[in-house]
Write a protein that binds this ligand. Structure first.
Ligand code: C5P
Length: 309
């Protein structure tokens, strides 16, 4: 009998399960402005959700416990952000129910794609909607920020500028450039700790946030956007300390990618393409070289019908 079967048979389930999707993100820009007294770094980053998602199935129980059953067994811990998100809601509102969370992972973990943060935000949003909780947008933001710097972004998703530690989110109009209609993601086969990457920064990596401002402006008027505006302050350090990422970057360029950037703290790299034919050609070349490759698009998860830009 599986762990999940055993738990299901010994837990009193209330009502039907609900399934939700949580999307990954990429960073079009990530400017690190400097280190703050609290140890975090001041950021200006433009993020976009992309069409790679985990599926989360939520079942209400009577036993006051939050449990998680994940397709990746190493994520079956009470430290999983989905558990912490649910526990934070139950505690904030002194609720007595419990929750069983089934998590089907597709977003690569420790990859710079925000998978864990997105899962946590999806649980917060689902519980709020499902139980019609009395949590104001400010309460939701406070809980999200307490779980991680990227979690507030995923409460809105789509395209947004995130500042401060990442928690000051300004949604941007989805004026998506034609040069980025298709996105190729390559995940080198290493996991990278975000904290380590931030520790490896030097003051030379700090910027004034200008690239993020330029991208925000250029995205308002689609025609003025240039791929050269894409920027990531963490990239230099990651390329220096993780040779696998540098090799993957070279192979992507060799295979025909017009531009390659790191997403978040990596190791995932992304390359934008204007059309499916050229994206597919490069996808096939990299796939042949045994890279873990994803062909995807920017997506607005809040649109009524799932909408690509
Ligand atoms: O907020 P989160 O727990 O996702 O961040 C992981 C780590 O990344 C932090 O512990 C911190 O070392 C680093 N970080 C940072 N500045 C940020 C966000 C994250 O230094 N704005």
């Amino acid at each position: 009998m599986s762990h999940l079967q055993h738990a299901t048979e010994h837990t009193h389930i209330i009502g039907q399960a609900r399934a939700i999707r949580s999307y990954a993100k990429i960073n079009l820009t990530l400017d690190v402005l400097g280190r703050r007294p609290d140890g975090y770094h001041e950021l200006a980053t433009v993020m976009q959700t992309v069409d790679i998602y985990d599926t989360i199935c939520l079942t209400l129980t009577e036993d006051q416990r939050v449990s998680v059953f994940c397709t990746q067994p190493e994520l079956n811990t009470q430290d999983n952000l989905v558990v912490r998100a649910a526990e934070a809601v139950l505690q904030q509102l002194s609720l007595t129910q419990g929750l069983m969370i089934e998590l089907h992972k597709r977003i690569p973990t420790a990859a710079g794609l925000g998978g864990g943060s997105s899962d946590a935000a999806a649980v917060l949003l689902a519980l709020q909607q499902w139980w019609q909780l009395e949590l104001s947008p400010r309460d939701m933001l406070t809980i999200a920020a307490s779980l991680g710097s990227d979690v507030p972004f995923f409460l809105t998703g789509g395209l947004a500028l995130c500042e401060g530690r990442g928690e000051k989110v300004t949604p941007l109009a989805p004026n998506w450039p034609a040069s980025m209609r298709w996105l190729l993601l390559v995940k080198p086969s290493i996991g990278i700790s975000t904290a380590t990457v931030f520790r490896q920064l030097t003051p030379l990596d700090y910027t004034t946030g200008e690239q993020s401002r330029i991208v925000c402006t250029a995205l308002q008027t689609r025609d003025t956007f240039r791929l050269e505006y894409l920027h990531n302050s963490l990239e230099r350090g990651v390329l220096e300390h993780y040779p696998d990422v540098g090799r993957a970057r070279e192979d992507m360029l060799q295979a025909g990618a017009p531009c390659v950037r790191l997403s978040g703290s990596g190791p995932t790299l992304f390359a934008p393409f204007p059309d499916l034919a050229s994206a597919t050609r490069v996808y096939q070349r990299l796939h042949t070289q045994r890279y873990e490759v994803y062909l995807t698009r920017a997506i607005d998860p809040n649109a009524k019908d799932i909408s690509f830009y």
